[in-house]
Design a protein around this ligand. Structure first.
Ligand code: CUO
Length: 628
């Protein structure tokens, strides 16, 4: 049954943070199928950005993919688990569960429970571990430890630690890169991931925009992009340690500069950037066989996304290199570039931890600027593309405790550690931390359909800050950088007046519910129509930015477009409608024909956003308030 299979999958991921991997050199005793894995040492920090790690992980997920049946998959995975690096194993096994047809309906336990040591500072984990192991057997009360701060306000960036170190956003990022592995070979799997390069651009662009909104909420300036390969960089200390090996994610002191590694020189990265920018300005890229491929309106962003990352689908690895991934790796190795101190990398090399580091956002703004440069070569959308004839949006209200105001507060949360870390005699060991949370709300959109027939519409909802760090109103074209998607959904409009109502919990960017390790072991929340794919999604407690005590002003932007023009075949049967905007849909095309980020992805030539609006758009000023 589904439940039996789920239990077997859960066992693959149990106690991975504790010392269960032996990692002996005696590889010949293993199945021949596993001959290409076992290179990365157990206990080392697995990187989803380093080409060697990715290559080994690809070998392993292909072995899992080729397994004859479910039983064979579990058995070969169990064997691999005895000697393969834990992080690499988890990555490969998750990719397999995500994609194997006989794993439909199955989940991988939440990554924060598999590897709590990638989410919870080591001081708290050690304390929990010690308490658990001196606990007398008859004492069944749970052990609860508090998570310590990772810095203080001497570092101005510390004010955003609550956001960067949020468990939910880091888990989302880990899942996103599992759904879209950069080594994914569509020909081998016979499954193309629709608009993968474009989604790489869009999901990360949205993370940058969200981070900028959060910065403005805290009275800080928007992120300055990384720009200069020679400049000294700001530091960060993650306080995370692998329980099993004692190896830690290295801190980065202030003031270090990027340096050459054995496998990449910084000058090569500078050249990659030049070649990519040259191609953008020429309007075409050069393929491996020397032919030119036009960066046309339909495919340009997708082509660029693949070559900037770079993914398997890059048109020319040799020429354009691997700019984005090398950025993660060089920044993570900045403190010991030639490895003379045998240090481990920093958090930037791991997708489940990189969002914690402020440098992540500098780097990704730099990457985003490359895409922005491309988007600026496209002409603004014509009135005809923006408009939806006969459809007029007359008003929008955000309903909450107080209309048009969203209230934020801090909420206490506990994370169960016992599935990742040996709990000794204790029944449960938990880490307590705090995260932001806002009240749920809903939108009511009043729409007039002036035609005589029913219309299908796509409703697109965005939020953008009204004022910049200096208190000046942000101009329309600049708003594009900080506009964050809140929701996108289909609705039907009858002739005459309509009120479209939608709840914030149904958002197309957020994860609505994720079963815990315990739930999965007990078969709670299993459903044949859901699967590991559904674990990707932005945390719902951070759907909107924090705001401030006075009430920060935002534009709530609503636009209705013609769904009959936006629709993609088969998109109504998508299994996880939870977070399609950022995660796409399993085995389906991206369920919206419009470019991702539409209508804010192209230049806007009006000065004020109100002059950009056609009848089918509306802007309402709302406030977001934060209470200590
Ligand atoms: Cu997700 Cu750079 O790709 O972090």
């Amino acid at each position: 049954t589904l439940h039996d299979k789920q239990i077997r999958v859960c066992h693959l991921f149990e106690q991975l943070s504790s010392a269960t991997v032996i990692g002996d050199g005696d590889k010949h005793k293993h199945s021949d199928r596993l001959k290409n894995v076992g290179k990365l040492q157990p206990g080392a920090i697995f990187s989803c950005f380093h080409p060697d790690h990715l290559e080994e992980a690809r070998h392993l997920y292909e072995v899992f993919w080729e397994a004859g049946d479910f039983n064979d998959f579990i058995e070969i995975a169990k064997e691999a688990r005895t000697f393969v690096n834990e992080g690499l194993f988890a990555f490969a096994a998750e990719v397999a569960v995500l994609h194997r047809d006989d794993c439909k309906g199955l989940y991988v336990p939440p990554v924060q429970e598999i590897f709590p040591d990638k989410f919870i500072p080591s001081a708290a984990i050690n304390e929990a571990f010690k308490k658990a192991h001196v606990r007398p057997e008859f004492d069944e009360s749970p052990i609860l430890v508090d998570v310590q701060d990772t810095g203080n306000i001497l570092d101005p960036e510390y004010r955003l630690a609550y956001y960067r170190e949020d468990v939910g956003i880091n888990a989302h990022h880990w899942h996103w890169h599992l759904v879209y592995p950069s080594t994914w070979n569509p020909k081998y799997f016979g499954k193309k991931k629709d608009r993968k390069g474009e989604l790489f651009y869009y999901m990360h662009q949205q993370m940058c925009a969200r981070y900028d909104c959060e910065r403005l909420s805290n009275g800080m300036h928007r992120m300055l992009p990384f720009n200069n390969f020679d400049e000294p960089l700001a530091g960060y200390a993650p306080h995370l340690t692998h329980v099993a090996s004692g190896k830690y994610y290295s801190p980065r002191p202030d003031g270090l500069k990027l340096r050459d590694l054995g496998d990449i020189e910084i000058s090569e990265m500078v050249r990659m950037r030049e070649r990519i920018l040259d191609s953008i300005h020429l309007g075409y890229v050069i393929s491996e066989d020397g032919s030119h491929k036009t960066l046309d309106e339909l495919h340009g962003t997708d082509i660029l996304g693949a070559l900037v990352e770079s993914s398997y689908e890059s048109v020319n690895h040799e020429y354009y290199g691997n700019l984005h991934n090398w950025g993660h790796v060089t920044m993570a190795r900045i403190h010991d570039p030639d490895g003379r101190f045998h240090e481990e990398p920093g958090v930037m090399s791991d997708t489940s931890t990189s969002l914690r580091d402020p440098i992540f956002y500098n780097w990704h703004r730099f990457i985003d600027n490359i895409f922005h440069e491309y988007k600026n070569t496209l002409k603004p959308y014509d009135h005809d593309v923006l408009n939806f004839p006969d459809i007029q949006v007359q008003d929008v209200t955000l309903h909450a405790r107080v209309d048009n105001v969203v209230h934020f507060t801090m909420r206490e949360q506990e994370l169960e550690l016992k599935h990742g870390i040996n709990p000794g005699n204790a029944r449960s060991i938990k880490a307590r931390y705090y995260h932001l949370d806002h009240e749920p709300f809903s939108y009511a959109v009043n729409v007039q359909n002036n035609s005589a027939s029913d219309k299908h519409a796509t409703v697109r909802i965005f939020l953008a800050p009204k004022y910049d760090e200096l208190g000046n109103e942000i101009k329309a074209d600049e708003l594009r950088r900080t506009a964050i998607e809140l929701d996108k959904f289909k609705t039907d409009l009858h002739p005459g007046k309509n009120t479209v109502v939608r709840h914030s919990l149904d958002s197309s960017v957020t994860l609505s519910h994720q079963p815990t390790f315990e739930d999965l072991l007990h078969g709670v929340g299993l459903n044949e129509h859901k699967s590991e794919y559904c674990s990707c999604g932005w945390p719902s407690h951070l759907l909107v930015p924090k705001g401030n005590i006075k009430g920060m002003e935002y534009h709530l932007f609503v636009m209705l477009t013609d769904w009959d023009k936006d629709k993609v075949d088969g998109s109504e049967s998508v299994a996880c409608v939870d977070a399609v905007s950022y995660c796409g849909a399993r085995d389906h095309k991206y369920p919206d024909k419009k470019p991702m980020g539409f209508p804010f992805d192209r230049p806007i030539h009006t000065e004020h956003i109100s002059d950009f609006l056609t009848n089918n758009m509306f802007i309402k000023d709302i406030k977001i308030k934060f209470h200590e």
